[in-house]
Ligand binder design. Structure first.
Ligand code: H2U
Ligand code: ZN
Length: 351
């Protein structure tokens, strides 16, 4: 059986990283491609917005004034979900794990990618993105080295549709004591695979994908961007380092430039898909910083974009997804072909 045959019928696909199934119903997209370019209003954002709490020199909600920064800028979230001064505490009412709770220490930071209010990663230059990668690398090392920090989650919410509060290009870092659900699942899966096969799950997966050559969107010397076989979101992308590494640390020099390059190319293809500033949640998955070596862990990033057919038609994770399992209509293979057709020259530069 090959994937073309399966793509003609409802089927499910296995996500080896989370060890969960996704339901694929390609017959529902036999109708012709309904992608359409809706002329989104040209970005009205000015390069500097006096009312923006992230622009250089402006005052934030907490009253602190931002410095007049010229590259990146990082600060502790004024409304942090985690704090460092939390004493250990645990509740297990009746010792049955039915009312189980424990205190959680950590910290939350905000990273401004650029002083320019009107940019996005796709509209920044490779050296500018490289500076952002430098901040992520340094923050991951610094926070991860703290004894009570066992996971450092770096992420970006982009676009109002994803709950992003401000168009100013920025991301967040939440670092905490325990390994959160998603990286924990991935850690267990990678560990099980490593013990069983004596090799890395993602190294092996990348090799299979490079041979199949049907789901890789773009690549450079150090990174590959692909729509994973088990993608849930219509245009989901998994960014994988070609070298087996557990986190950002080895990616300096030309490898850091390569990470910036693949981020720019991926986000540019996204924007070009519907000629709109493409919303998504993205984040890096480095290994936990719990003191173990984690030879099983392979550094990667996920892009989860919600748009399905146009700038306004999105995929909802409701009903069956909430109650049973994730489901998609367009196949990952079809999504790849759309992303491959999308140019790496931003539409705003073609006009
Ligand atoms: P989004 O990435 O979801 O837009 O969140 C931006 C963060 O910025 C949000 O977590 C913080 C919010 O708490 N913030 C500040 O730290 N200071 C401010 O003055 C406003 C917003
Ligand atoms: Zn701003």
């Amino acid at each position: 059986m090959n994937i073309e045959k399966l793509n003609a019928m409802p089927h499910r696909r296995w996500n080896p990283l989370t060890r969960e199934w996704v339901l694929v119903s390609p017959q529902r997209t036999e109708r012709p491609w309904q992608g359409q370019v809706e002329k989104a209003a040209a970005s009205a954002a000015p390069p500097y917005d006096p009312g923006c709490y992230l622009c250089p020199g402006n005052q934030r909600a907490g009253g602190v004034r931002n410095p007049d920064y010229s590259s990146t800028f990082i600060f502790t979230n004024d409304f942090a979900a985690l704090r460092q001064d939390v004493p250990p505490a645990k509740l297990d009412e009746g010792n049955r794990g039915l009312l189980l709770s424990e205190s959680e220490a950590g910290t939350c930071k905000v990273v401004c990618f650029s002083p320019r209010h009107d940019l996005t990663l796709s509209r920044m230059s490779v050296p500018e993105i490289e500076a952002v990668v430098g901040v992520w690398t340094q923050q991951h090392a610094e926070l991860g080295a703290l004894p009570d920090i066992n996971y450092v989650q770096i992420f970006e919410n982009r676009g109002e549709i994803m709950g992003c509060s401000n168009p100013h290009p920025h991301g967040q870092i939440w670092a905490n004591q325990t390994v959160p659900n998603e990286p924990r699942k991935e850690q267990e899966s990678q560990q099980v695979y490593f013990s069983k096969h004596g090799s890395c799950l993602i190294c092996d997966y990348l090799e299979v994908e490079r041979k199949a050559a049907s789901r890789v969107v773009c690549e450079n010397e150090h990174f590959a961007a692909l729509v994973p076989f088990w993608a849930v979101w219509p245009f989901e992308i998994l960014l994988i380092s070609k070298k087996h590494a557990r986190d950002f640390a080895p990616f300096n020099g030309t490898a850091r430039t390569a990470l910036a390059d693949i981020l720019k190319r991926t986000t540019t293809r996204y924007d070009n898909l519907f000629e709109v500033s493409f919303p998504y949640s993205m984040g890096f998955h480095p290994a936990p910083t719990d003191g173990d070596q984690h030879p099983e862990w392979h550094f990667h990033a996920h892009f989860y974009p919600p748009l399905l057919r146009s700038a306004t038609v999105r995929k909802f994770m409701v009903g069956y997804e909430m109650l049973a399992a994730p489901q998609r209509d367009i196949t990952p293979e079809l999504a790849v072909s759309r992303l491959r057709e999308a140019s790496e020259v931003h539409y705003a530069d073609r006009k």
